[in-house]
Design a protein around this ligand. Structure first.
Ligand SMILES: Nc1ncnc2c1ncn2[C@@H]1O[C@H](COP(=O)(O)OP(=O)(O)O)[C@@H](O)[C@H]1O
Ligand SMILES: [Mg+2]
Length: 364
């Protein structure tokens, strides 16, 4: 069986690439598909989140430099049907090693071609920026998913990411399909809705119907080293990730049918997938226990740093206030009215006070 290879890519960090990759992989496995995750980020977040310690001895780095075969490195995860080609910390030094190789941008194409992985899907979690690793991922993939987080504070990376994909489509991988853009860590305020609507109007059907809401359960799950779909399957973010996995498979089925390519078997029913996710939750989340408050707080602080950069609390408060008023015109009008009334009253008091003083001094 030849796997369908999908890269999860955006040049920006902190916009849920890893969360999307691991949850997609777990949901695909829950839907009866066999999956291999390839962790191309030296941070090893998806490796950790699938229960593997990135201090392990061998990983994808060793396969890249030719000292190991995929079969030596691929490991099972806590979930049946889901394996991973893990990342190790030394992957950070791969740029120099690969630049010494011939055809360095296609190394992963050759690796995956030779490995003949027996699975339905390979999900590649890319690091941020457009280095040699994401280029390898895009060269090897059939399709790419771009997660995007619309924030008024930070560039979502889409403007830099789309041209990079075009660059690969024009040269290295002419059949690479931009399967879709996924809105992640979605706030429900008016500003986010406007940014998302603008992107939808520009990209049309490329944007997935499903949007992943911002949900602190994702951070709690990451602190417990589990994808949220296996940690809290009923949480809004987990439900949305499951919807997304089905939308992804639906798009894949349609492109496969259009291309008249080999038969792609439909996934198991959603109810069946939910049964598996609940089962995994009982097995793993219960066993690991709730993460400490400190770890969850550290996770939240990390997300804040990524979304807001180095802005101080006061600057964030001002931005929050501005966006609150943009979203709630009624309160803006009420606030202005109250402010105006207060200023008028103060001026009134001031004038009558001055008159009284002037009267007392005999100037009246
Ligand atoms: N839907 C969500 N709601 C809240 N936090 C999220 C959500 N998705 C991801 N996060 C958090 O955002 C941070 C960045 O996500 P991550 O998947 O690591 O991004 P990337 O791989 O693009 O750097 C992590 O702390 C993660 O737990
Ligand atoms: Mg990541």
């Amino acid at each position: 069986m030849k796997p369908y290879i999908v890269a999860v890519f955006n040049q920006k960090g902190g916009i849920s690439k890893t969360t999307t990759s691991t949850n997609l992989a777990v949901c695909l496995a829950a839907a009866g598909k066999s999956v291999v995750v390839v962790d191309l980020d030296s941070q090893g977040d998806s490796t950790k989140s699938l229960g593997i310690d990135p201090a392990i001895k061998k990983g994808i780095y060793d396969v890249f430099i030719g000292t190991a075969e995929v079969a030596d490195v691929v490991v099972p995860t806590a979930f049946p049907n889901l394996r991973i080609l893990p990342s190790t910390y030394n992957l950070a030094g791969i740029e120099i090693k690969l630049s010494e190789l011939k055809d360095s941008q296609r190394t992963l194409v050759h690796i995956l071609g030779k490995a003949g992985l027996d699975c339905d899907y390979v999900v590649i979690d890319c690091p941020p920026a457009l280095g040699i690793l994401p280029i390898n991922a895009l060269a090897a993939a059939h399709a790419v998913i771009i997660p995007v987080t619309a924030t008024p504070y930070a560039n979502d990376g889409l403007l830099r990411t789309l041209p990079s994909i075009k660059y690969v489509q024009e040269g290295l991988n002419k059949t690479l399909l931009l399967q879709g853009v996924l809105f992640t860590i979605n706030d429900s305020n008016k500003t986010t809705r406007k940014i998302n609507a603008l992107i939808r109007s520009r990209l049309g059907g490329t944007v997935y119907r499903t949007e992943i809401p911002r949900d602190t359960m994702v951070i709690e799950a990451a602190s417990a080293r589990l994808p949220v779909c296996a940690y809290a399957p009923r949480s809004p973010a987990a439900q949305a990730h499951l919807d997304f996995a089905y939308e992804f498979m639906d798009r894949h089925l349609k492109t496969a049918a259009k291309a008249g390519s080999e038969v792609v078997v439909a996934p198991d029913a959603r109810d069946q997938a939910i049964t598996w996710l609940n089962h995994w939750r009982e097995k793993h989340a219960m066993e690991m226990g709730r993460p400490t408050g400190e770890r969850v707080r550290a996770g939240k602080a990390r997300l804040d740093r990524m979304l807001y950069g180095d802005r101080t609390q006061m600057e964030r408060f001002h931005l929050g206030l501005v966006h609150f008023f943009i979203d709630n015109r009624f309160w803006l009008a009420a606030f202005m009215l109250v402010t105006f009334a207060a200023v008028a009253a103060l001026v009134g008091f001031g004038l009558s006070g001055m008159r009284m003083v002037a009267g007392a001094l005999g100037f009246g």
